[in-house]
Write a protein that binds this ligand. Structure first.
Ligand code: EPZ
Length: 418
């Protein structure tokens, strides 16, 4: 396994390009199931989770060829309807194949995803929504068995805002008979990106990006060429890197309007943020101010930026309160941040972070994707050397992050462990 070695204390400077969005790419790849034929997906990030999604589609019978950040997916030859446990346990987003397989073939057998480092993350709302569309769902031996002669439109109200649930039902409803209304739908930009692709395929979808989405089922969908939106969480991570190192960087290819809540908080913390077209300049403050954070569904502060913001707050002037309101166990980075000399106290779903003058580099271990990013940020700011192990977590969601950070002047390298 690889590890990262970081010599902290360098101010980042220069230009960096954001890759395509992991969380938009995964449902977009899976939506190709809905329309037999040759699809072309562009601006695809080179990530472990993308490779896993490719394996899932190939296991169903799709043929896929990748060339850099362009991936061609032909789903004409789909002839299997099962997503196996070994694939789903690797990447829970694989459960999104349920709706498209039901819509296209009337049947699907998909492993339940099981637990995850950051929480139980059930899929009950996915299954409840598919039943509302007329699917028969049974659970046996850790698998979801689903059948539906023809999905029919329905009115669905989500108990909680669920990104995956909204994506699953939007895809399933695209060719269902009649109208489907999704109420209390998730509003994340990745959902609007998926809706844009489905609309290009011939779907009739209104309201994506709002909390009420109307889908009028159509007879069939056509294969499509679609370019994935930029990754807003990668962009936010680089913005935080500039803030924590007192740097001055320009981030190219990002959509600042996808990160309003986070940008407001980073400005409150003292960062100077300006943007022209899709280039955002971030100048880190001499003194970082402490701010309070509550994670919320979009357009609130994104849970996927909580760990990164906590790293910044460990060296802020003052005390900040960070509450995680989306997942029940998303503080795994805290114990590793304490190894840098951070001062953090957890009570329930809140963490009290008292800023310290300086972090000191240490050997630490990544536990999940965004926790890995927070350890990198702490390492960039800490004095002397930090070693981060188990960075396979990081490779799930960040394309060549050590190369991009080196390009900004960080002293960071990937080495083989052991
Ligand atoms: C997506 O996960 C993202 N993953 C996550 O990003 C992100 O943190 C999350 O949305 C919230 O924004 C992808 O898009 C691949 P949810 P998802 O369904 O869809 C509960 C990252 O770091 N819930 O919006 O799985 C659930 O337990 C990853 O890139 C149910 O109770 O999240 C959670 O508390 C991590 N029942 C809340 O809803 C359900 O059926 C939000 O989950 C579904 C969800």
């Amino acid at each position: 396994m690889d590890k990262l070695i970081i010599k902290g204390g360098k101010r980042l400077a220069g230009d960096v390009m954001v890759s395509g969005s992991k969380n938009a790419s995964l449902p977009i790849f899976i939506a190709t199931i809905l329309a037999p034929g040759a699809h072309e997906i562009r601006n695809v990030p080179f990530l472990r989770d993308i490779n896993t999604t490719i394996k899932v589609l190939e296991s169903l019978g799709a043929t896929i060829e990748g060339n850099g950040n362009v991936v061609k997916i032909d789903t004409s030859g789909l002839n299997r309807h099962e997503a196996t446990y070994d694939l789903v346990k690797t990447m829970r987003a694989s459960v999104l194949v349920l709706g498209p397989l039901l819509a296209r073939f009337g049947k699907a057998r998909v492993s339940l995803p099981g637990g995850c480092a950051i929480g139980a993350r059930p899929i009950n709302l996915h299954l409840k929504g598919l039943e509302a569309l007329g699917a028969e769902i049974t659970l046996e031996h850790g698998y979801v068995e689903a059948r539906a002669r023809k999905l029919k439109g329905a009115r669905i109200n989500f108990d909680v805002s669920t990104v995956g649930g909204t994506e699953q039902l939007m895809m399933a409803a695209a060719t269902a008979k009649g109208e489907t209304i999704l109420e209390n739908a998730a509003r994340e930009p990745e959902i609007a990106d998926l809706a844009e692709m489905l609309t290009s395929m011939g779907a009739r979808i209104d309201g994506a990006g709002t909390d009420t989405i109307r889908i009028n089922g159509v007879g069939e969908l056509q294969p499509v060429v679609h370019s994935v939106m930029p990754d807003r969480i990668e962009a936010g991570t680089f913005m935080t890197a500039a803030a924590i190192t007192g740097g001055d960087i320009r981030i190219h290819g990002m959509r600042p309007d996808h990160l309003d809540a986070f940008i407001f908080k980073l400005q409150d913390a003292g960062a100077e943020i300006t943007h022209k077209d899709n280039i955002v300049r971030v100048k880190g403050p001499r003194k970082i101010r402490s701010v309070n954070i509550k994670t919320r569904p979009y357009p609130g502060f994104p849970t996927d930026m909580q760990a990164q913001m906590m790293a910044l707050m460990t060296v802020a002037d003052g005390t900040s309160m960070i509450s995680e309101n989306i997942f029940e166990n998303r503080f795994m980075h805290v114990s590793e941040l304490l190894r840098f000399g951070a001062d953090i106290f957890i009570e329930g779903n809140s963490a009290m972070v008292k800023g310290v003058r300086k972090l000191s580099g240490a050997p630490v271990m990544a536990t999940d994707l965004r926790a890995s990013a927070s350890l990198i940020l702490a390492g960039l700011a800490a004095d002397n050397t930090t070693e981060i192990s188990r960075i396979y977590h990081l490779d799930r969601g960040y394309e060549a992050i050590e190369k991009k950070l080196s390009g900004l002047g960080a002293d960071i390298q990937r080495v083989k462990e052991g």
